[in-house]
Design a protein around this ligand. Structure first.
Ligand code: ZN
Length: 289
């Protein structure tokens, strides 16, 4: 018999089925608003095994963004005495940069193709059973665009956060799926994802893992950056905000319109930032002359 608790979200709360086929099932947790997939299909497992074999190395702008996050973290602590871990480190590009900041860096990558790339860069990549063993413990943990592919979102995040030392920092750069057009019935869409965290789910799961958010940005392109700090004494659980997204989580058309508009706003935002940057350069030039 199938274990009903396996791979579900918050225990003892209603997990409503959004979409169901012979291959997979999409559900939403009524407690935290996490949207997630459950599947026992061999076909899906095989697809997911090779999902990142055409991975492209992070762009220069992604790398410089990572560097700027490291600089941001320096405001809070002295990095050179600390240990760093990248969960889902892909080809190790970010670990390579992190080496310049921390006394020790390690990573984990389940995809064999990417893992090999990282090992070839002489990086310390831990075994795939990393989450299921006790320790090691880190001062800073980082993850980027990983959790949407993780099965057992809630369990995996808890296991990961158990490896963060008290007062340690968690840097989470990922995507959130409020108003994102989710075509659950499309095989291409469903093959691509395991978990679709919403803002409520992200904040709730951080709070139950005793991570206090010290900086957070949710962008119009559906990406977010959170810098959190672990506080073992924290007992405050995030109270879910009423979010009209939950009315639309199953409405592809409405989500598509909202997503289209927010993408437009994002382009204007990027353009304005560039413009502001250009103006700054001009100003500097004038001052230099
Ligand atoms: Zn939940």
């Amino acid at each position: 018999m199938k274990n009903e608790n396996l791979g579900t979200c918050c225990n003892d709360y209603n997990q409503e089925i959004i979409y169901s086929s012979s291959d997979y099932e999409w559900k939403i947790c009524k407690n935290c608003d996490l949207i997630y997939q459950i599947s026992n299909s061999d076909r899906i497992n095989k697809v997911k095994e090779i999902q990142f074999n055409d991975f492209i190395e992070p762009s220069e702008s992604n790398k410089s963004e990572f560097t700027s996050v490291m600089e941001k973290l320096k405001k809070y602590t002295n990095l050179s005495d600390l240990t760093f871990f990248d969960f889902g480190c892909a080809d190790g590009s970010y670990l390579k940069i992190a080496e310049k900041y921390f006394k020790k860096v390690q990573g984990m990558e389940p995809n064999p193709f990417l893992k090999n790339k990282a090992i070839k860069k002489k990086l310390d990549i831990l075994d795939d059973n990393f989450l299921d063993i006790e320790g090691p413990f880190y001062d800073v943990m980082f993850t980027r665009n990983t959790f949407e592919y993780v099965t057992n979102f809630s369990d995996s995040l808890t296991k990961l956060m158990n490896k963060l030392k008290n007062n340690g920092y968690f840097i989470w750069r990922d995507k959130f799926y409020d108003y994102y057009p989710k075509n659950y019935s499309s095989i291409d869409f469903s093959d691509g994802f395991n978990s679709l965290p919403t803002k409520n789910a992200i904040k709730y799961h951080l709070s139950i893992n005793r991570i206090k958010i010290i900086e957070s940005r949710f962008y119009f392109d559906k990406s977010f950056l959170i810098i959190g700090q672990k506080n073992n004494n924290s007992k405050k659980i995030y109270k879910k905000k009423i979010n009209i997204n939950t009315i639309f989580y199953n409405n592809y058309l409405v989500c598509n319109i909202i997503f289209y508009l927010s993408e437009k706003i994002h382009s204007i935002y990027v353009l304005l930032r560039k413009f502001k940057f250009l103006k700054l350069i001009k100003k500097w030039k004038i001052t230099l002359i």
